[in-house]
Write a new protein. Sequence first.
Length: 404
Amino acid sequence: MRFIFLIISMLVSGQLLGQTLLVLDKQGNYLPYFTVKQENENKILIGGSDGRISLEGLKDGNNCGFLIRYLGYKPYDFCLNDLKIGENRILLEEEVLDLEEATIIGLSDQELIYGLKAYLTTMADGFKVTRAYIVEKSDFFVWESLGVITLGGLQDRSIKRNRFEGGNLGFLPQYSRFFFKGEDLSPYKPRMAVISTFTQDLLFDVLKSKDKDWERNNSKNSNEECFILLPHGIEVFLNPNGSPQKIIFNVREFQAPTGKVYQIGGQLDFIQDAKVNFFSALNFSVKDEYLVNISGIIPDFPEEINLPEKFENRNERERLMSAFYSYTASPDYNYDNALFQQIAESELKSFIPGGFQGFNLLTKNYSQSDLYEGNDPSSKKFLHQNSNFIRAVLKIFRDYELSW
């Protein structure tokens, strides 16, 4: 199977030590999820929720031509040589258009919601891939994964033939670490599979909503517009052009495709760059027999790829999405602590959780099919075949520098 890529990777790996950026507005408020791009280079860095970013991941070479972008603010260019070792505070200026004899009229509520829907439609269009780091943490276990998020549209799971499907948003773990107290809970079934279905369902609900379903909610921040999707209790915080800053999903009961019921709530934050439509971080809580907090960070821009021609067929494409969802729910455990530490601590140092005292670390790799305890040979065979298929896909992603 061969993938043809529209955009080549924007990955970052690197060697600069001790230089960080803190990006603020003139009032001293941090600007989350800004982007840093180097001129003539296919490299992107995305700032964190605290307005900070480490520059350790940048390669040697031309140290000028770097550009910080944040929606609604003037771009800021800099050279690495201009930065000191340690934290560098960068103040961005608001972008103001100087128009003579002009009357500026803000968008109506209807136009803002239309802008949100247009953003989400562009985000979900085609097939997109991006690296991600996901942590699932409870009092009894911690599951960390470096992997790949995939998004191939939004599936309408309200129609009968889709009700047992998991949707088109997936997460494919490549390298993981599993810490546990007491009983070994492997093979672990990540709650990320529940989150991916929950999220894609509610994003689809936003797209199919009607004007009468929305109610304005006054925000204390003058730089955002807040609306509530009444039937679902979804809060959206929008920029003046309708693009989302964040979407909050209030806690609710959710039945997964397996039939199991969970209590779920959380938030998606979005990349604040006018040229890119995608989320930058996720934070959710999932309650079943455990209370699990799930957080994730996306350090890259998503890459849009062309799938092989066979997947233009709807049935084949649905099988592909099902394969990705199945692996999201039942991934293999590939443990390489040295590699995990090298990658995670260089690029994602501030996101690594601590406090593992009293936990055991699982150091033996496994495949879900190897530990399958059911009495259905076809299910065991599917797990084995799907595992081999996803490994082949991840190898292709890695060859194109789209994975870890």
